[in-house]
Design a protein around this ligand. Structure first.
Ligand code: SF4
Length: 440
């Protein structure tokens, strides 16, 4: 059978989709980029926030409209886990539903579909154990490595614990095996992901498990060039982790610390840590130990009850922290979360206005941070090349979420080149390569 795979949402979803693809390939099915030639159309949906759900329904409906006789349409992922019945109602052409807890059963689901020719659903409750499957890197120089799934935090706005259940960490031996296979396939950059990477191993009885895990990975794959950490929970970043990041040359001097807001009253309502002094101390420690560190965060605007004063407190906080990169999200009410029951929801047009203001506010800060890079010589991992240009990233840019470094020359994709930064924009940089071979 030929299958066409489309994945939506975050890097964690991408990993699940790639693993499903790998399982289907191992079972003898072939992947195709041409949807018309596919027997199976597999969509790994996202159900995290309303816009993501709307996008998932839209893609499913579009694919359903193109579906030919003899093709099967399968909905997988977060939306399928939580809203399987709604998918069937809105997109009756969907033949099978498979939840986030069941993706290792994808081959079984396909067999069942072919055998019975009846709609199939495989949705275990959130929190069921997920087995580890080795993924293939498909020739890319960068790969995500998911170290845990689910989350034990209780942020009042977030539906992830309802969708994914409590945290389950992947056993150390499985992670080491995956890292080894990825490096053997030519991966140069591994990006560690989980809902909260700094909580790694807590459910396995480990204390401060992330630095321990990273030390093991680095010992196991000493030739790995870059290891990057995403989704660190601020309160869980330990001195040991900071010390390791400062010491181990393979760990990118980059940390993503979702802070969500900058006013203690809003943070309290969000069920997030609200001691701003503690966050500031942490950021100062990171910058002291790792002076060239690039810090990223995400903030939500328009949370229920957010007053103008609280919102301005957030803008001041963004100025104070002067983070290199920030993602801003407009609050979206998620069914079943405590936040939807809070009073004083902010009207959508005011949320949109605050979103614009926060984005503009941060743009000036990020531009300044990027301007400080001009003149620096950095290693750039080339992600793509064509039309006389290359696009890549330094340690300061995570794949898919941050900007790029543009180079005015075609360079070998998947290779590191040394380059001097010559121009800065709000999100991107321009660099000139130093002593490099041209592509081809
Ligand atoms: S830590 Fe992240 S995934 Fe977990 S509940 Fe909070 S926002 Fe959601």
């Amino acid at each position: 059978m030929r299958f066409y795979l489309e994945t939506l949402g975050c890097p964690k979803n991408t990993v699940d989709a790639e693993m499903m693809g790998e399982l289907l390939r191992q079972a003898g099915h072939q992947e195709t980029d041409d949807i018309r030639r596919a027997n199976l159309i597999l969509v790994n949906t996202c159900g995290f926030i309303r816009p993501a759900r709307e996008e998932s329904y839209k893609v499913l409906k579009e694919l359903a409209a193109q579906k030919r006789h003899g093709q099967w349409l399968i909905a997988a992922g977060c939306l399928a886990q939580r809203y399987g019945d709604e998918i069937r109602r809105q997109v009756p052409q969907v033949d099978a539903i498979i939840g986030t807890q069941n993706w290792p059963d994808i081959v079984h689901l396909v067999e069942e579909l072919l055998r019975s020719h009846e709609p199939v659903s495989l949705v275990r409750p959130a929190g069921a154990l997920v087995t580890s499957v080795t993924r293939r890197a498909k020739g890319a120089a960068t790969a995500y490595l998911k170290i845990a799934d689910g989350c034990d935090a209780s942020c009042a706005f977030c539906a992830i614990p309802l969708i994914k259940g409590p945290q389950r960490s992947k056993p150390l031996a499985d992670i080491l095996r995956e890292a080894e296979e990825l490096v053997a396939q030519g991966v140069r950059e591994i990006v560690l992901i989980a809902q909260n990477t700094t909580a790694y191993g807590r459910d396995l009885g480990l204390r401060d498990g992330l630095p321990l895990l990273i030390e093991e990975i680095l010992a196991h794959v000493p030739h790995l060039r870059w290891l990057r950490i995403l989704y660190a929970y601020p309160q869980d970043v330990s001195e040991r982790l900071i010390e390791l990041m400062a010491r181990a040359p393979q760990i990118c001097h980059y940390l993503d610390l979702p802070l969500q807001h900058g006013h203690p009253a809003t943070l309290r309502r969000m069920g997030r840590p609200y001691d701003l002094d503690r966050v500031q101390t942490l950021i100062a420690s990171l910058r002291r130990a790792i002076p060239d560190i690039a810090l990223r965060s995400t903030f939500i605007v328009g949370y229920p009850g957010e007053t103008e004063e609280e919102f301005e407190g957030l803008l001041d906080w963004m100025t104070t922290l002067a983070l290199d990169k920030v993602g801003v999200f407009a609050y979206s009410p998620e069914e079943g979360t405590p936040a939807v029951r809070l009073p004083n929801h902010v009207p959508p047009d005011l949320i949109a206005e605050r979103y614009e203001r926060a984005m503009l506010h941060q743009q000036a800060i990020s531009l300044q941070a990027n301007q400080h890079q001009v003149g620096r010589e950095l290693e750039i991992l080339i992600d793509g090349a064509g039309d006389g240009l290359s696009v890549g990233r330094s340690y300061r840019e995570a794949p898919e979420i941050d900007g790029y470094v543009f180079l005015l020359q075609e360079l070998p994709v998947g290779e590191f080149v040394r380059a001097r930064i010559i121009e800065a924009q709000e999100y991107d940089l321009v660099a000139e390569p130093l002593h490099t071979k041209q592509k081809g």
